[in-house]
Design a protein around this ligand. Structure first.
Ligand code: GUN
Length: 297
């Protein structure tokens, strides 16, 4: 391997330490405790694991965690009533509704019912519009984490060719907006892109968020490029055990790239760290206080 390993696990620990420092300052100097409400509807096992992790890390950084677990058959009216209550609650600075929601609930309607100032996921249409027009917004956690690691590794990203593979609202599109904001030349590629290999080979920065295990081989990577692998795919390993792999073939890509994030231990740990960062940011904005440095886009 020739590439520098970008250690997301260590980076996330530094972000959490910064969050915890800022939380201490908010408490000691202003008597404020940032609060994060997480809403889980139904019993999706993966979502339950995420929600537990979010709650634990929220408390570990000194913030208040409010968990709302609702039955899978909760009606839209009941969920909207809970969101209205959380919007009005001054102890709560961030609200996250865990996705996916059960199919009888309209996710867009639910997300857009959250007060945009408390939308720590950055999924509300107002935040999407603010980000797209280069205005101050709440920024989706996973792309924010990728941006933090890229800035840390490169300093300026200005003029670089960035290729984002994947066009989801959660990762691909906001990632492209953030890279455009850094003055990169940005291409969004997806499942219908012609000659994807050739497009990827032009990238100085290659961000992959497609959810297809190891689909990108080393010969799609420009020598010296930085590869940020957002994919977390569970595959069958040796002896019937499962293991996690990214969207890129790690060994062959690491042999060509200048820097690369591993899976696990790359982008994954940054997502919750950025959720905590967004909660502190939301608390500061709600109270007219200076935002923590280095924790926003
Ligand atoms: N489900 C998978 N990723 C996410 C995320 O970033 N936010 C929310 N709310 N749900 C998710």
């Amino acid at each position: 391997m020739t590439a520098t390993l970008i250690d997301g696990k260590a980076f996330a620990a530094r972000v959490r330490a910064k969050v915890a420092d800022h939380v201490t300052r908010l408490r000691e100097e202003h008597g404020l405790i940032p609060g994060l409400a997480v809403v889980l509807v139904g019993e999706d096992p993966a979502s339950q694991v995420y929600v537990r992790s979010k709650g634990k890390q929220t408390v570990e950084t000194g913030m208040a965690s409010f968990e709302h677990k609702l039955d899978a058959d909760t009606s839209e009216a009941e969920l909207l009533a809970l969101i209205a209550k959380l919007n009005a609650d001054t102890k709560i600075h961030g609200i996250l509704v865990q996705l996916p929601l059960p199919s009888h609930l309209n996710s867009d309607l639910v997300i857009n019912a959250i007060d945009p100032a408390k939308d720590v996921d950055g999924f509300h249409i107002s935040n999407v519009g603010l980000l797209g027009t280069g205005q101050k917004s709440m920024v989706p956690c996973t792309p924010l984490g990728c941006l933090m690691m890229l800035r840390d590794h490169h300093g300026s990203l200005s003029g670089m060719n960035a290729v984002v593979v994947g066009r989801s609202n959660i990762v691909g599109k906001p990632m492209a907006q953030l890279l455009l904001g850094e003055s990169c030349t940005v291409t969004i590629a997806h499942s219908r892109t012609r000659d994807l290999a050739e497009v990827c080979r032009r990238a100085d920065i290659l961000v992959t968020a497609v959810g297809r295990p190891e689909m990108i081989p080393g010969d799609w990577v420009k020598p010296g490029a930085t590869v940020i692998d957002v994919g977390i795919n569970r595959v069958e390993g040796e002896g019937g055990k499962t293991r996690l792999v990214g969207d890129v073939q790690f060994d062959s890509c690491a042999a060509v790239a200048g820097a690369i994030t591993p899976v696990p231990g790359g982008v994954g740990p940054m997502t919750i760290a950025c959720l905590l960062a967004n909660t502190v940011t939301a608390c500061c904005r709600a109270n007219g206080l200076a935002e923590p440095e280095g924790l926003t886009a």
